[in-house]
Design a protein around this ligand. Structure first.
Ligand SMILES: [Zn+2]
Length: 206
């Protein structure tokens, strides 16, 4: 029985990286070349090499915008730029146009090649660097994380869909009352942010 258990445990251990690869699409961000994109520089991977220059320009613009307007990144992430819907789907993008995975990487889908969307994902990367990925997701309210990304990326869409527009409005009124989030400045001081409880009490939108 014990032996059988060991065998099963061993098989699960063998299969789990494979399972993670197959079922958790963002995991592909960690090894994008296995998903058919080519990393042509330390930071940029593309599925279509002819768009590498365009991707690099968007990425560089995004990084320098976020560094100068929002806060200094310790280590700018790798970014995967998909040119086709098929590539986007491979990385798990269906509705969304882009996403980020902790501090590991950013994926820009075929409909996401816009400077404000690249900045948006880089702002999430910065939040994760400063707050810790888990802390950022679990302890900071979504209106704060998303509102900051929509607001500080200078997303020109006004209005956004109602829920997202609400996040941005809540963040902008929070900044009016509290000043800019301090941990995103260059001092690296502890972040002055609302806790989830405070957010619920103040905003009541979550
Ligand atoms: Zn976002």
């Amino acid at each position: 029985m014990r032996r059988k258990f060991k065998h099963i445990a061993f098989i699960i251990l063998l299969l789990s990286p494979l399972a993670a690869w197959a079922f958790v699409k963002p995991v592909r961000v960690l090894a994008p070349e296995l998903a058919g994109v080519t990393c042509l520089s330390a930071h940029i991977c593309v599925d279509d090499a002819s768009r590498f220059v365009e991707a690099t320009r968007l990425y560089d613009e995004g990084v320098s915008f976020v560094q100068s307007q929002v806060g200094t990144m310790q280590s700018p992430p790798r970014a995967i730029f998909c040119s086709t819907a098929e590539c986007s789907r491979t990385f798990g993008l269906t509705q969304a146009m882009a996403y980020n995975v902790g501090t590991f990487g950013v994926v820009i889908g075929d409909r996401g090649w816009r400077s404000y969307l690249v900045r948006h994902e880089l702002i999430h990367h910065l939040q994760n660097e400063r707050l810790g990925s888990l802390n950022a997701v679990l302890l900071k309210p979504v209106w704060f994380r998303e509102g900051m990304a929509y607001s500080l990326s200078e997303d020109p869409r006004r209005p956004l869909p109602p829920r997202l527009d609400g996040y941005r409005a809540d963040f902008e009124s929070w900044v009016q009352a509290n000043g800019p989030p301090t941990a995103l400045d260059r001092s690296g001081s502890p972040m002055k942010t609302p806790s989830r409880g405070a957010a619920t009490a103040n905003v009541g939108r979550i």
